[in-house]
Design a protein around this ligand. Structure first.
Ligand code: TRP
Length: 352
């Protein structure tokens, strides 16, 4: 069987360091490993619209932002097909057919959707499109015969829904049309969820606690110097807590022993630094300046590439549109096989 990787993001804002650690780094690794037949990254504008009916401009404008974030982080458009979801209308048609295989009560049980309904304050006014996005996401995955779907933990219910649709389609129509997709979670526990700079559990644009890939060096430094550490670590001599401390969470995710040699040679590794912090005698400024060095080392090349890419945005749109055409061909073929299995391929009624 072919190995097809597909993943995606909603274009609702620029990507931040949480995205980098949680998904981009993993995608870069997969790209470098190269052991796949196809690799798609979809900019999920249609899905973003399901809870942004009044923010069309936001979604539209962030398509290019997210594309630039991908490319500047090192996603290679020669190796990975980056495309825009709405440019593959076959996905919408597939979704219509899949909707008949999923019950309303099943949709109501999706824990991620439930959380999102609470967060968005939809109450009783849940858009039908939003409620159904897990079905549309199944189309995204199945249209390309994806076998590997790199996602965060919050997306596991979507994968489960997708797998149910594969089984249900097979039971109903047969035809072995779809590959069975598997989720691929980030390996590293600390990378699964990076806290915001304010100590909140999650980085989110609305909370204003993100470090963006596009942030200028001085902005990054300022955010780090203001980051939440241990409120009881007041004097340098006080013992400090590492758990729940944003600086250590970021260091856990980002720093290597090499970084200590380069930027903080008094310590060999993070364990030593943590031990000293716990014991007392290590100030926040020192760990923050170290984190700043580590972070700048990662972000500077990304920022520089972004500036180059921004000079020719048309070229990026062109790439996205061309990729959309290629994606359409693949999705169209899957749709044909699907309709064939369903017995709704009417071309056979043509006599000539
Ligand atoms: N739901 C994903 C998110 O919110 C985005 C997405 C849309 C996606 N379609 C997908 C992810 C297909 C993986 C595969 O981040």
């Amino acid at each position: 069987m072919k190995k097809v990787i597909l993943t995606g993001d909603r274009p609702t804002g620029n990507l931040h360091i949480g995205h980098y650690v949680g998904s981009l780094a993993n995608r870069l690794k997969l790209q470098e490993k190269g052991d796949y037949d196809k690799f798609y990254i979809m900019i999920a504008d249609t899905q973003a619209l399901t809870d942004n009916v009044n923010n069309v401009d936001k979604v539209k404008n962030n398509i290019i932002q997210v594309a630039i974030d991908y490319l500047s982080a090192g996603i290679d458009p020669e190796k990975v097909n980056i495309f825009i979801q709405s440019q593959v209308p076959e996905l919408a048609e597939m979704t219509m057919y899949f909707m008949n295989l999923v019950t309303v009560s099943r949709l109501n049980r999706n824990p991620t959707v439930k959380d999102e309904i609470k967060q968005r304050g939809f109450n009783a006014s849940i858009p039908v499109g939003f409620m159904c996005y897990p079905i549309s996401q199944a189309s995204d995955i199945l249209a390309f015969n994806s076998t590997v779907v790199p996602v965060g933990e919050d997306q596991l219910p979507m994968l489960e829904q997708t797998r149910e649709i594969v089984r249900s389609f097979q039971n109903t129509y047969g035809g072995n049309v779809f590959a069975m997709p598997e989720p691929l979670l980030p390996e590293n526990d600390v990378c699964r969820r990076l806290p915001g700079t304010d100590g909140n559990l999650k980085m989110s644009k609305s909370a204003g606690n993100c470090i963006y890939l596009k942030d200028e060096a001085d902005v990054v430094k300022q955010k780090i110097m203001n980051a939440y550490t241990d409120p009881n670590h007041i004097k340098i001599s006080d013992p400090g807590r590492v758990e729940g401390n944003v600086v250590f969470a970021y260091l856990d995710a980002l720093c290597t022993d090499e970084d200590f040699k380069k930027f903080l040679p008094e310590y060999q590794n993070l364990d030593e630094l943590k031990a000293h912090y716990r014991q007392g005698g290590l100030g926040d400024v020192k760990i923050k300046l170290f984190l700043n060095n580590v972070m700048q080392q990662l972000l500077e090349p990304i920022r520089n590439r972004r500036k180059e890419l921004e000079k020719d945005v048309d070229k990026i749109y062109e790439m996205l549109f061309k990729n959309g055409e290629k994606a359409r061909e693949v999705a169209g073929e899957t749709l044909r096989r699907m309709k064939n299995a369903m017995g709704i391929d009417y071309s056979k009624f043509l006599t000539k």
